[in-house]
Design a protein around this ligand. Sequence first.
Ligand SMILES: Cc1ncc(COP(=O)(O)O)c(C=O)c1O
Length: 439
Amino acid sequence: MSLLQRSLAAVWHPCTQMKQHETLPLLAIARGEGAWLIDSEGKRYLDAVSSWWVNLFGHCNPHINQRLREQLDKLEHVMLAGFTHEPVVALSEKLSALTGGVLGHAFYASDGASATEIALKMSLHYWRNLGRSDKNRFVCLAGSYHGETVGALAVTDIALFRDAYAPLVRSADTVPSPDWRQARDGETRVDVARRAAAGLEAWLEAHHTTTAALIVEPLVQCATGMAMYDAEYLRLARALCDRYQVHLIADEIAVGCGRTGTFFACEQAGIWPDFLCLSKGISGGYLPLSLVLSRDAIYQAFYADEVSRGFLHSHSYTGNPLACSAALATLELFERDEVLTNNRTRARLMKDAADNIVTHSAVHHLRQHGMILAFDVPSAAPGFARRFAEHALQQGVLLRPIGNTVYWMPPYIVEAADIETLAQASMSALQHALDVTKY
Ligand SMILES: Cc1ncc(COP(=O)(O)O)c(C=O)c1O
């Protein structure tokens, strides 16, 4: 049996209707090299979605590999309850320092959804510890995505992922998204943000006594189709959360670690949330690692003689030393290679490379926040995403449109030539996917 047949026989692949693999072949990847993936037959693919938005400095990055090897020879894992180790302490200190000390006490888990769950539970438990058990509901933005475990689905407003599990999920309320594509005639992006914030204000006015927290994906709602919005919304949301005594949870799982231009997306609004969730890029795309940073006042509300006031949440691999070492190596690369500064040049190259695309008559709302560039093809016939992705792969570029939205989210090591390849493959895939007569 070939590897592909063995995979289909033994592996249940994520986010996939497996029957589609009757006609859509799996790709067996044998190696990774920088921004490129290499299949078992030696064909190369530019990883233009950073392997589900996790990879920052390329596959098999020599620096991260080296740091992992060093850690491997010291300690692979130890439980974090009752024990500690250098990588988890050093990483927590560094992340707190990156928030200017506003958000400390990192709580660790593995995947992004677990970080969402932790932030929701911490917020609710904080209010309970303060004698405000009535504050136990959550509010999220329309179109939000915060992961797919049952608690995270409660604040995920994407019907395809949530509806089948409705009986399990205690859905949060939604407030309008500040998505700048919704600008009415004469409105600026800031106007859209203000209009959405007015919606939030009205909602909080009515529900703040029973609301624990507002959860947002700062600046870009990625999974719903790269909906981008102005930082003004975060400033206003912060002020409203303060006024109504509601926590602000910033889910920076996808947009953190430099993706939007600053290390944390919230920095562009000049605000800090009460909880900040990180995952994906923090380990450089190497190992499952997620964490929640919180304000000291929150930590203190759990610090007591009674065990039950403590945060008794845990995962077996919490604070895994190897994952923390990969994260430390990732942060070292940010400093050593002046990544945020150099990404400004890369982001400009991406914008310039999209020049031909933006003038295509089928393309709408070409938009960008740092190292995320996206555009919509609203008139495309059903099946566009699959046609586009298949053709792009044939051109040697890994792209996975979300519905009719095409996006680029490459690792931070892409070179000018890679960006050119990406633009050419996108243009070719666009033409091809629009021409349904070929199918
Ligand atoms: C904003 C956001 N939150 C949470 C998650 C869930 O992360 P994970 O897939 O690691 O559980 C994602 C995943 O794409 C995400 O984009």
